[in-house]
Ligand binder design. Structure first.
Ligand code: HEM
Length: 509
């Protein structure tokens, strides 16, 4: 044997051992659910059960819903995201315990092995963990107090009036056909811009405004984002730090840095004296200067990341609720008529003006929006990571720190046990009596417990105002372009339709 065949043998043996060890590393977790007697589909090496999701063949929400139905009668089932075990909860009692009663064991949405050090825009309230989340949440909570919401009404009403101008123009131009996905996004971009940042984003007047373009670019699914998400899902998030990888196009990072700088300057110079989200950040920054301890908690990068999440969460989820609601109202004319009647009566009784207190008491409107959020929850699944050892009641499943679970919001909202004929749009499901007859944990479009959506009340006010303006001026119906059923975009964290929703608008004379 020559020296080189010897070397080839040694190298081949080393490669074989390395591959074997890698294979062992990838698969050593796969026995977990079987060992505990937890049902679940068989995983395959590398992707676990997420192959179709990562390859873009199936949206996550459809995958989870299908398994939720398959394990009918079970309290939970187990899957693997890559090599990471993930328990998906079916029992609303456990859902409620995890989110509310035993929250101290499930503080976080992301595990410690996911760092956002080099992707600074993602180090925001939604992703933050433990004490840092708690500290920031308490500082940001005053953003949407009742007093502040009352004072935001002038801006919210103004944006809704601009929406009507936009719709009138579109109707004349496009023969009554309106892309409600786009127009709702323009409305909510302008509203969050005015109410949180004190800026005129101008999206309704110019669909290619800087803000609207940024909003669109953030939600473009690129391969880079898919790969980064997958690396995080399979627990290798630290690699992203190592290679200093960022998920969004560079201009988005510059956009939010500039947005923060400009709006803070406006506040500091007195040019903008509103008591808005930016004023909360200015206060945070000033407190920080005086308090050495806080310095590391609220850096400029963290403030920038939170500007990002308030903008993104503030416009996309509310826009999707408005467009899904119009879609259902177009298909269910009798509900639309009943809602219009309530809107007209409310406007008539209040000289045509909507205030926070009037909006708050529109009961039927609440029922219609809740039914929309039941059928089309913008955030269709939620994650929680164990922060303190926890055993599920009456079970042998124990979570150790870092173990993950998923709450299948969409599947719970479509479970015929709680919502008979779940594909039927029926706001009567949300009368007080019907609401109280369902178990806790079966209606959670905004999440629940201390980590519940911080923008819930603001979202409801802007959605109600926008719908009131539109339905008092236009009748909405389906047209040839309206999809019969809505298909969801694969690789989207949100419940995004594959095609824009187009409806026919007719002016009420
Ligand atoms: C219809 C509209 C909206 C829906 C359906 C929605 C839904 C949600 C959901 C499901 C969560 C996770 C809650 C949990 O884990 O328990 C969440 C969190 C959050 N939402 Fe919303 N949201 C909406 C509007 C908004 C608005 C308007 C804003 C801001 C202006 C906002 C900002 C946030 C933030 C910052 C978090 C993270 C909260 C935390 O971790 O402390 N959302 N939202």
């Amino acid at each position: 044997m020559t020296w080189w065949s010897d070397s080839i043998l040694q190298v081949s043996a080393a490669v074989a051992v390395a591959l074997l060890l890698w294979y062992r590393y990838l698969t050593c977790t796969y026995g977990k659910w079987k060992g505990l007697g937890v049902p679940g589909p068989e995983p395959e090496v590398f992707f676990g059960n997420f192959a179709d999701i990562v390859k873009g063949r199936t949206p996550l929400v459809a995958f989870v819903h299908q398994l939720y139905n398959r394990y009918h009668g079970r309290r939970y089932f187990g899957v693997y995201g890559g090599r990471e075990p993930l328990l998906i909860i079916r029992d609303p009692g456990i859902v409620h315990d995890v989110m509310v009663k035993d929250f101290s064991s499930f503080y976080d949405r992301t595990a410690d092995d996911v760092s956002f050090k080099h992707d600074k825009l993602f180090n925001h309230l939604f992703n933050m963990r433990g004490e840092q989340w708690k500290a920031l949440r308490s500082k940001l909570s005053p953003t949407f107090t009742t007093t502040k919401l009352r004072s935001m009404m002038a801006d919210i009403n103004d944006c809704s009036r601009r929406l009507i101008d936009n719709l009138n123009e579109q109707i004349t131009k496009n023969n009554g056909i309106v892309d409600v996905s786009e127009v709702s996004a323009q409305l909510t971009t302008d509203t969050i811009g005015r109410c949180a940042f004190g800026l005129d984003c101008n999206s309704l007047a110019d669909p290619n405004s800087e803000f609207r373009r940024a909003g669109r670019d953030i939600f473009k699914t690129t391969w880079k984002i898919v790969i980064l998400d997958f690396i995080r899902t399979i627990g290798l998030g630290r690699l992203l730090d190592l290679f200093r990888m960022r998920g969004l196009p560079d201009h988005i990072y510059d956009f939010f840095d500039n947005l923060l700088e400009t709006t803070m300057k406006q506040h500091e110079s007195g040019e903008n004296s509103r008591n808005d989200f930016i004023s909360v950040l200015v206060k945070l920054k000033n407190d920080e200067k005086q308090n050495e301890q806080n310095k590391k908690l609220f850096t400029d990068d963290i403030l920038s990341a939170n500007t990002f999440i308030f903008f993104v969460a503030g416009y996309e989820t509310s826009a999707s609720t408005i467009s899904y609601c119009l879609y259902e109202l177009a298909k269910n004319q009798e509900v639309q008529e009943k809602l219009r009647q309530q809107i007209m009566e409310t406007l008539y009784a209040n000289d045509g003006k909507l205030s926070y207190d009037i909006i708050k008491d529109m009961k039927y409107m609440d029922m219609v929006i809740n039914e929309t959020l039941r059928m089309h929850p913008p955030v269709p699944v939620l994650n929680r990571v164990c922060s303190k050892k926890y055993t599920i009641a009456d079970s042998n499943v124990t979570f150790n720190v870092g173990d993950k679970l998923m709450i299948p919001i969409y599947a719970l909202h479509h479970d015929p046990n709680y919502y008979p004929d779940p594909e039927v749009f029926d706001p009567e499901r949300f009368t007080d009596e019907n609401k109280n007859s369902r178990p806790l944990g079966t209606f959670i479009p905004f999440g629940d417990g201390p980590r519940i959506c911080i923008g819930l009340r603001f979202a409801m006010v802007e959605i109600k105002t926008g719908l009131s303006e539109m339905l008092s001026k236009f009748e909405v119906s389906t047209c040839d372009d309206t999809p019969n059923t809505i298909k969801f975009k694969p690789r989207s964290f949100l419940l995004t339709p594959t095609e824009p929703i187009r409806l026919s608008f007719k002016k009420i004379e």
